[in-house]
Design a protein around this ligand. Structure first.
Ligand code: AMP
Ligand code: MG
Length: 402
């Protein structure tokens, strides 16, 4: 049986970034940039004032003090036409271009109007260039300001707009098709009758896929029959990723792996040394990655986070699959017996000394309610252990951490 790390390596070996495409800037949030972007201008494009105040010459103001005659006013958006002579001050607003001859800007709070259209300056700390943002300080024409591989957060979108981009080349969102399987599964708008249960996994997996930056597509429930499975799986093989839940264990009607292989999906593994979620199936056909997730809700959920999310990160153009787990300190003693490495739902919280983790009350893979309010799974090793408060353990984060 493969370890989790070995299984992740097999999956990542088959995951490639999707072909780049162009999108409007307004649609680019959270997508991954697929081009280097250079600035088309100097920023700021002109020397500009960072304060409301007066443009002055330092040499006119010994110790930052003196009276100057006010010869003009410049507001933001004006083209600079006036220049500053000896003994003069020009009223200037934040963002306005600095007139030639200016050596510093004195902020308005350090000035007082004086008689005859003059101004009194009192700025003992006055220094040459103070409150002036010089042209090109932030960036110069031709500087590469964003590199391929960057996930476009709002500040990146702002910078793209600043350098005049209205569209960008990105890696598109992968399409993820979701097919729950099982004769007993009914949709949430049905009241289950004898032997039936509601389809929690479908909506849950669609939510996980959306949160992982994919485009989810729901294909409906497949029944535990070769024809029904074949029809749904064939439709799903168009997608970049096909997720099935259920039908991958050792039961009589666990037909998913067989049908996948009949439809030309090459199997890469079908069992992992972990809990919850041992019977995970992974295969590929052409460019499509196919995951047969175990039917128990928490197994499906954890397998998505451990195996599908890293693959989606690569497909959407990120270079780091995010498989390295941070560690946190156990908050309380915790006796734990398990025959496989176990991802136990837990709550991760910051403390002055670092991250602390508290295992949730959870009885196993069917217990989706036990996962509620959890934002991580803490990884406990196989064996019969008495873990003590203060010990460190790896945690699989479940919140969206990029
Ligand atoms: P299976 O892997 O098909 O044997 O399913 C394992 C368990 O998960 C069974 O108890 C199923 O009823 C349950 N299960 C399977 N699919 C779903 C689903 N879509 N939503 C909720 N529970 C499910
Ligand atoms: Mg089943």
């Amino acid at each position: 049986m493969l370890s989790v790390a070995e299984a992740q390596a097999v999956i990542l070996h088959h995951a490639r970034p999707l072909a780049p495409a162009s999108v409007a800037l307004a649609d680019a949030l959270d997508l991954v940039l697929a081009e280097d972007v250079a600035s088309d201008l100097d920023m700021p494009p002109f020397d500009k004032s960072m304060m409301d105040g007066y443009a002055v010459r330092v040499s006119d103001l010994p110790d930052g003090r003196g009276e100057l005659s006010v010869t003009g006013e410049i507001t933001a958006g004006m083209a600079p036409t006036v220049s500053l002579g000896r003994g003069q001050a020009i009223r200037i607003m934040t963002g306005a271009p600095i007139p030639t001859g200016t050596e510093a800007v004195v902020q308005i709070e350090r000035t007082k109007p004086a008689a005859d259209g003059r101004v009194e300056i009192d700025d003992p700390g006055l220094k040459s260039q103070q409150n002036i943002l010089t042209r090109g300080r932030e960036m110069r024409t031709g500087d590469v300001v964003l590199r391929a591989g960057l996930r476009l957060d709002p500040q990146a979108i702002g910078l793209l707009a600043t350098v005049g981009r209205t569209s960008v080349t990105i890696t598109p969102r992968p399409q993820v098709a979701v097919v729950p399987t099982g004769d007993e599964i009914v949709e949430p708008n049905h009241v289950p009758v004898a032997g039936q249960i509601r389809n929690g996994n479908g909506p849950m997996l669609l939510g996980q896929a959306a949160r992982a930056g994919a485009r989810p597509r729901y294909l409906g429930i497949a029944r535990d029959r070769v024809e029904s499975l074949g029809e749904k799986i064939s439709a799903g093989l168009d997608a970049d990723v096909l997720l099935l839940s259920g039908g991958v264990s050792a039961g009589k009607l666990d037909l998913v792996p067989g049908v996948l292989q009949d439809l030309g999906v090459e199997a890469h593994f079908h069992k992992i040394e972990m809990k919850p979620g041992k019977p995970l199936f992974f295969g590929t056909r052409a460019g499509t990655l196919v995951f047969g997730l175990p039917g128990n809700p928490v197994s499906s959920f954890v397998c998505f986070e451990l195996f599908v999310r890293p693959a989606l990160r690569i497909l959407r153009g990120l270079s780091d699959p995010g498989t390295k787990l941070p560690e946190a300190v156990l908050i309380q003693d915790f006796a734990y017996r398990t025959d496989r490495p176990t991802y136990h739902p837990a709550r991760l919280d910051p403390a002055p000394t670092g991250w602390r983790v508290q295992p949730a009350a959870w009885f196993g893979s069917p217990d989706l309610r036990g996962l509620l309010h959890c934002n991580c799974c803490v990884l406990f090793p196989a064996g019969d252990h008495r873990h003590s408060a203060g010990q460190r353990f790896p945690v699989l984060r479940l919140d969206d951490c990029g």
